[in-house]
Design a protein around this ligand. Sequence first.
Ligand code: C5P
Length: 286
Amino acid sequence: MEIIEKAPAKINLGLDAIRKREDGYHDLEMIMASVDLSDYVSVRGISEKKVVLTTDSNFLPTDKRNHAYQAAILLMKRFDVKTGVEIHIQKNIPVSAGLAGGSSDCAATLRALNKLWNLELSQAQLAEIGAEIGSDVPYCIYGNTAFVTGRGEFVEKIEDMPSCYIIMVKPKMSVSTGSVFKALDTSSAFHPNIFLIKQAVEEKNYPKMIEHMGNTLESVTIDRYPEIEQIKKAMKKFGADVSLMSGSGPTVFCLVKKENRAKRIYNALKGFNDEVYITRPLKAKK
Ligand code: C5P
């Protein structure tokens, strides 16, 4: 039996790193939203007790450095599964980009194996297991638009973000999340008002949402890679309503309401960037 799970990318409409904790992590407040750009994770049971991971991407490790692989090993050990699994990741989301591609693949693997091995774990249980692997995995178990706090383990589903077009640019470099957090000084950093972004999303108030969107980590990554600022400015110049870095970067995205303007921005950005995507928010299944 083969099970296929969709693993969508996310953007941060807001990211506030409030303080550094004693365990080295940061207390966060985030508004995350899934977008219609997805990897696909397929799992197939095998009789031998082992995990075999393959992918069509040249950029992914296929051993224990991969979070999807870690997820399979963790479930296998914890629930004493006697058989094995072949996992295949069809990669469409850019890697090390601030779009949670690796975390989303991990979450999709947990969902798929929950079915394959009849573990009957709830979403909350899967999210708790996912948190052992990475801070963004609990959110990725739920997906769609959510208010996320703590280290990333507290996930509250909220209304879908307002309908719009999303254009994303992935600059060439890869960014390590850990190194960005390490360079962050929360006492002098910019702190967006996450409460107002959340309120705007729940009111479906697009102008209010774009007015308050912000990311504490943006200036840290921009200090290292000034081209991020240039892409942000270009997006605005071409007519975007708002532009922002996602997560710890380096992907920059912009939002726009009108389709013809979105296509114009996409084409203009394509002129001087290799990796440009045009997509839409993913709607929650009612
Ligand atoms: O949990 P994850 O492995 O995805 O996090 C990568 C790194 O990002 C951590 O090692 C930590 O340095 C940083 N981080 C943080 N606070 C968080 C989440 C991640 O400082 N809430």
